[in-house]
Design a protein. Structure first.
Length: 298
């Protein structure tokens, strides 16, 4: 039996951000307008308080492992990603080990990929079994469960483009990696959903572009569960004819009135989830709801 904490889309920021002249000719300009003028900053204004409460949960609730499904930052600045790592206590004694994948905000512009901003900052949570020298995919074994980190985020040029993709090279490595794993439930951790609450793909400019190809690869790899974020409202999907394994969206852990994270207990092939939500007056988390999923065995 293992205990996992799943959180996502914390979207922290930092001061100063470290703007360079060349940043004004990237997607960061539109992101900054959204942040400062279109209300995004207000939606995340308590994010640092929520993070302090979240870190208290991580340190005191007996988790074996932490699962982060991306969007640590707002505009992908290394300073923001570094702030997230500091507030989470990544690699600190007293904080459980973790697994992390970047969100589209963490690879906001191409420079993020060259700098390896996310992978370098979250290095202690990127330790795992690999089939090549790339940062993703990799697998970690926690108790009897395999966690497989798959990067579905990519930089985008247009202000309105928040789409993702798992490139062919990574998908091939994912298939190869899966062949090396021994028995036990296999859980993918990725930023993007395969499907929305209604079992349909997301709108074109927000979706994982090759979601069907990725779903088929995951099914062939015997995946039992897909953990993700990107959508800021939480939901879970039981398996059905479109999706051969269940999926859980954590939603944003820090956005006002959507804030929460999930406490999973996996016993054999059964997952019991407790959704914990942030309570603003007490600046702490409380139970909101529970649900159970049977993880399909291969
Ligand atoms: Fe997000
Ligand atoms: Fe996202």
């Amino acid at each position: 039996m293992i205990r996992l904490a799943h959180f996502s889309d914390i979207h922290l920021t930092a001061q100063p951000l470290g703007w360079q002249a060349s940043d004004w000719f990237t997607k960061r300009t539109a992101g900054w307008v959204n942040l400062r003028m279109l209300g995004r900053a207000a939606r995340f204004r308590e994010a640092n308080d929520v993070m302090a409460a979240l870190r208290h949960e991580f340190a005191t609730r007996g988790f074996d492992h932490l699962v982060f499904s991306g969007d640590a930052s707002t505009l992908g600045f290394p300073q923001e990603i570094h702030a997230a790592v500091q507030r989470l206590g990544v690699g600190d004694p007293g904080v459980p080990p973790g697994i992390a994948v970047p969100g589209n905000h963490d690879v906001y512009i191409r420079r993020n990929l060259r700098q390896r901003s996310f992978a370098a900052a979250f290095a202690p949570w990127l330790v795992g079994q690999r089939v090549n020298g790339d940062d993703y995919p990799f697998a970690q074994k926690v108790g009897h469960v395999w966690l497989i980190a798959l990067n579905s985020a990519k930089p985008n040029t247009f202000a309105w483009d928040a789409s993702g993709r798992v490139e062919a090279r990574q998908l091939a490595a994912f298939r190869q990696l899966c062949r090396q794993l021994d028995a036990g439930p296999r859980i993918v951790v990725s930023h993007y959903p395969l499907l929305m609450e209604n079992h349909r793909p997301e709108p074109f400019w927000h979706r994982l572009r090759n979601w069907a190809e990725v779903r088929d690869a995951a099914a062939a790899c015997g995946i039992s569960l897909w953990l993700h974020g990107h959508r800021h409202r939480w939901y879970y999907l039981p398996a059905n004819e479109v999706l051969p394994f269940p999926a859980i969206c954590c939603g944003s852990s820090t956005q006002r009135h959507r804030w929460g994270y999930h406490d999973y207990t996996i016993d054999g092939w059964e997952l019991q989830a407790v959704r914990r939500v942030y309570d603003e007056p007490s600046q702490s988390f409380r139970d909101e709801t529970t649900f159970t999923l049977e993880l399909p065995a291969r």
